[in-house]
Write a protein that binds this ligand. Structure first.
Ligand SMILES: [Mn+2]
Length: 317
């Protein structure tokens, strides 16, 4: 038996357009959602899996919620020819599982547009929905007791260490039956294979609010062979997703990056200068020595001196 899955990462649908975006975020995001379903239909998948954070917030407003519902329910009146499952994400429920019953996501579930279950036992699938202690449990070896072949999660699993809170894929202890882990939550695409052959994927987010020229929305088409545990996969780029130069003001962002770089260089230049050999007790005198060594312009030194004097005199020139 072989089963085909179309796997979709964090959508973050919202009626509000993030500050970083120049387009109509809701229209773009709904267009992308529709495309993922059309891909699933054309690829004749058995299961359509959403990895969580369908919505940016618990309640995104009626228009966004109802449009998402309409798109997920049918292809212009004709039911989608595959089953659709969802992993609950932290944004869907404001980080609190008890909020599910008042969320926009619950509307999709209640209307049978999406199914939210903990497992599909005959397919060896487990869904690990977001909960505040999930990452801790993963680190503590919680997966070693879960004997499912496939785990769909919304957790901070990463392929390499990052400065944000994370669970390193190579540190996970999993049950010997487990062959595949696919997670949403972290927004950049990742792919890895463990020493024991367990595969890990994150397709990356569909939703884009952070300016990133390199991130183009994609989905994973995956086939699982239940006789051999062989996994075949392919990334499919969304053709309807608008390019980054249309949705973001890249010129403005590059200008900001350039300005930040100049500030960094300036700070580096002045902090790399050693003045320990010439410290006096006079602040103005030290500043002049320090600034001269750092080749700071006269005009800037004078401004700094004025500011120091202003402070010393309590605000009066
Ligand atoms: Mn997310």
């Amino acid at each position: 038996m072989k089963k085909k899955f179309l796997i979709v990462g964090d959508n973050h649908l919202d009626s509000r357009t993030p500050k970083s975006r120049l387009d109509n975020y809701m229209e773009s995001s709904l267009m992308e959602l529709k495309e993922t379903l059309l891909i699933a239909k054309a690829a004749e998948v058995d299961y359509y899996i959403m990895l969580g954070d369908i919505f940016e917030r618990i309640e995104v407003g009626g228009i966004c919620r109802n449009r998402a519902l309409e798109i997920l329910l049918s292809d212009d009146g004709e039911p989608w020819p595959f089953e659709k499952y969802v992993v609950v994400g932290n944004h869907d429920i404001g980080h609190n599982p008890s909020n599910l019953n008042k969320s926009a996501l619950e509307t999709l579930i209640a209307a049978n547009a999406l199914r939210r279950v903990d497992e599909i036992s005959d397919l060896g699938i487990r869904f690990l929905h977001f909960r505040p202690d999930l990452d801790d449990d993963l680190r503590a070896g919680f997966l070693s007791d879960i004997d499912s072949k496939i785990l769909f999660c919304h957790a901070s699993i990463v392929d390499q260490p990052s400065r944000f809170e994370h669970v390193l894929f190579s540190d996970l202890v999993v049950h010997e039956n487990t062959k595949l882990i696919v997670s949403g939550h972290i927004h950049h695409p990742m792919e890895s294979v463990s020493k024991t052959g367990v595969k890990f994927f994150n397709p990356g987010s569909l939703g884009r609010s952070k300016i990133d020229e390199t991130h183009h929305p994609r989905v994973i088409l995956l086939q699982y062979d239940y006789e051999t545990d062989d996994i075949k996969h392919k990334y499919l780029m969304l053709k309807r997703a608008l390019s980054s130069d249309i949705i973001f003001d890249l010129d403005k962002n590059n200008q900001r990056k350039f300005e930040n770089k100049n500030t960094e260089l300036f700070i580096e230049a002045i902090t790399n200068v050693s003045i320990t050999d010439s410290i006096s007790s006079d602040l103005i005198q030290d500043l002049e020595v320090y600034a001269e060594k750092a080749k700071v312009e006269k005009e800037i030194i004078n401004m700094a001196k004025t500011a120091i004097n202003l402070t010393k005199t309590g605000g009066e020139f």
